[in-house]
Design a protein around this ligand. Structure first.
Ligand SMILES: Cc1ncc(C[n+]2csc(CCOP(=O)(O)OP(=O)(O)O)c2C)c(N)n1
Ligand SMILES: [Mg+2]
Length: 588
């Protein structure tokens, strides 16, 4: 039998170095699944429980490897399910290729069953490239372009393959007019700014007496360079959420996270600085940056579209972070006056004490901050951390002390619920020898994490180090939003939208063949982490936490505090507990 278009597609993916596809079947992709089944290449098809999870896993794969992630779904409903995960990749700038089926070409346009206008559906999320393959000859260049564009633009792309085409014999494009002759391969460029701009940046940074740095995902591969430049400039370093792993938290001048989920030292440093150096970050909340006019600004970013949109910068350096910082470094003069740095170091030291005090405050039954605080010293050196959207992102951002060599991520741009568990699964497949910890809220876990526990049950024996810990922050509440309603809108908790069912997650995990630990006493938290991290199989830690401990922003403005007080007056059902817990927080 000659190779089909499906066979060719799989062999082409293999030529590109792709070895794993996350997906879910359907008759719109049977011709591709058949090819996967026949292939001699070493391919892993990882079967998920829902196509959105396949897209999250492909995005996680990209985040943890720097390579393109691939997901596969059938036409119609399967393709539709991919969307949220693909948007996660789009907003966090990850290269992901979605391959989806479509009605047979003979039926397209006939309101056929499961026929959806997929080009239109994917036009926004895969705005860099979405294409229907209409002939066997076109398969080659469409897949080549989808992969290359995903990598070059760091974005999701989409290849739509009608079902009848998948089974047809593959044909190479003829040497003729109207044919496309593509090849494979991509090398990441390392662009650098020109000398004149570098000198202008250096002049601004050299003139400053109080330099604040803000680093994001674009600095993840520039740790040494960021630290070197911070040292010369006597700067403190704040981190946007996606830049958590860019610099370790055990350095005295790293002020930690910034923004609503941020720290006091980051907030104060930005209020106080006279110069801002932003590296690889699209951190959205300008109110946490210096006031306009307060500081001279220098920004380094690989994407010229994304500079000078959060703060009006004086110099924009378009380039690779590490390469640009290496060129900037010899132009910088070492600050002799280290007083700004010393002030930051003192605030950072005080802040860690505040966090410890907050974490050790009594709560009912367990203070969620303590869960993260106790984990920090127990983090294995090579751990990979994932987090979901919810109150856990606050404690992940503020309390977890990450060290050099670790990886950590969450959904930064889209801030969607749901990726915590699928990211962790992708981390285990990408790095089966490393321990992985996912930190997810009970709401996110109910939304889809529970289902993907079954996926873990199916695959964990493939991983050389079986340690995968899923920590469920069990607060019986959609707590982040409950607090946003209170603090931002001055509304009391709306129980109808916020309360969620209580459920025995540890038992559920045991039923799925994993290890389950339920913790409901604060003194057991540390031991539970140790047990989970020493387990011979994936473990679910169900930690019963107090929903009345507020994940408040670092400074809580007067306006917010007043609205917050109003919400309590309006009769919040949790009032007594909230007043107790949050007053402790506010005045800590
Ligand atoms: C898909 C999606 N739906 C809704 C939201 C809004 N949202 C953000 S956090 C949150 C609550 C999450 O609850 P849970 O997972 O239990 O975490 P908790 O905040 O309680 O720790 C919600 C509803 C979102 N970010 N993503
Ligand atoms: Mg919750």
């Amino acid at each position: 039998m000659s190779d089909t278009v499906g066979d060719f597609l799989i062999s082409r993916l293999a030529e590109w170095g792709i070895r794993r596809i996350y997906g879910f079947p359907g008759d719109g992709i049977n011709g591709i699944l058949g090819a996967l089944n026949r292939t001699d290449e070493e391919f892993e098809f990882i079967q998920v429980r829902h196509e959105e999870m396949a897209a999250f896993m492909a995005c996680g794969h990209a985040k943890f490897t720097g390579e393109v992630g691939v997901c596969l779904a059938t036409s119609g409903p399967g393709a539709i399910h991919l969307l949220n995960g693909l948007y996660d990749a789009k907003l966090d700038h990850q290269p992901v290729v979605a391959i989806v089926g479509q009605s047979a070409r003979t039926a397209m346009g006939g309101s056929y069953q499961q026929e959806v206008d997929l080009t239109t559906l994917f036009k926004d999320v895969a705005s860099e490239y979405v294409e229907v393959v209409m002939s066997p000859e076109a398969m080659r260049h469409v897949i080549d372009r989808a992969i290359r564009i995903a990598r070059a633009q760091r974005a999701p792309t989409c290849v739509i393959v009608p079902s009848d085409l998948q089974e047809m014999p593959y044909e190479k494009p003829a040497r003729a007019h109207n044919t496309i002759h593509s090849g494979i391969g991509y090398a990441i460029p390392r662009p650098i700014p020109d000398e004149h701009e570098l000198q202008r940046a250096a002049d601004a940074l050299n003139a400053g007496k109080k330099v604040a740095m803000l680093v994001g995902a674009g600095a993840l591969n520039a740790t040494a360079e960021v630290l070197d430049v911070a040292d010369v400039l006597g700067a403190g370093i704040a981190k946007a959420l996606l830049g958590k792993a860019a610099v370790p938290d055990n350095l005295p001048f790293v002020t930690g996270s910034i923004g609503l989920l941020g720290t006091r030292p980051s907030y104060r440093m930005m209020l106080d600085c006279d110069t801002l150096l932003m590296v690889g970050s699209n951190f959205p909340y300008s109110e946490f940056l210096p006031k306009e006019g307060q500081a001279r600004g220098v920004q380094i970013d690989i994407d010229a579209r994304l500079v000078s949109i959060r703060y009006p910068m004086e110099v924009n350096l378009i380039g690779d972070s590490a390469a640009t910082l290496r060129l900037l470094r010899p132009l910088l003069k070492r600050k002799q006056d280290r007083s700004f740095r010393e002030k930051i170091e003192k605030e950072v030291a005080d802040w860690w004490k505040t966090l410890e005090d907050r974490a050790m405050e009594d709560a009912h039954p367990i203070n969620p901050q303590r869960v993260f605080w106790e984990l920090s010293p127990r983090l294995p050196d090579d751990v990979i951390l994932t987090c979901d959207s919810g109150s856990s992102a606050n404690w992940y951002a503020r309390d977890l002390k990450i060290r050099q060599g670790m990886m950590a991520t969450l959904s930064g741009g889209l801030a969607t619920m749901g990726p915590g568990v699928p990211y962790a699964i992708a981390a285990k497949f990408a790095h089966p020898d490393r321990p992985v910890i996912a930190m997810v809220g009970d709401g996110a876990f109910q939304m889809n994490g529970m289902n993907e526990v079954l996926t873990i049950g199916k695959y964990w024996k493939r991983w050389s180090d079986p340690r995968l810990v899923i920590m469920v922050l069990n607060n019986r509440d959609l707590n982040q939003v409950t607090w946003e309603q209170r603090v931002m809108d001055g509304d009391p908790k709306y129980k109808a939208s916020q309360d969620i069912p209580d459920y025995p997650y540890a038992r559920y995990a045991e039923d799925a063949g994993l290890h389950g630990i339920r913790v409901d006493r604060p003194e057991d938290v540390g031991r539970a982490w140790e047990e989970a991290l020493a387990s011979d199989r994936p473990t679910l830690l169900d930690i019963y936490t107090d929903p009345d401990v507020p994940p408040l922003p670092p400074h809580v403005t007067f306006k917010q505090a007043r609205r917050f007080a109003e919400s309590l007056v309006k009769g919040d059902p949790n009032t007594a507990g909230v007043i107790r817990a949050s007053l402790k927080e506010l005045f800590a």
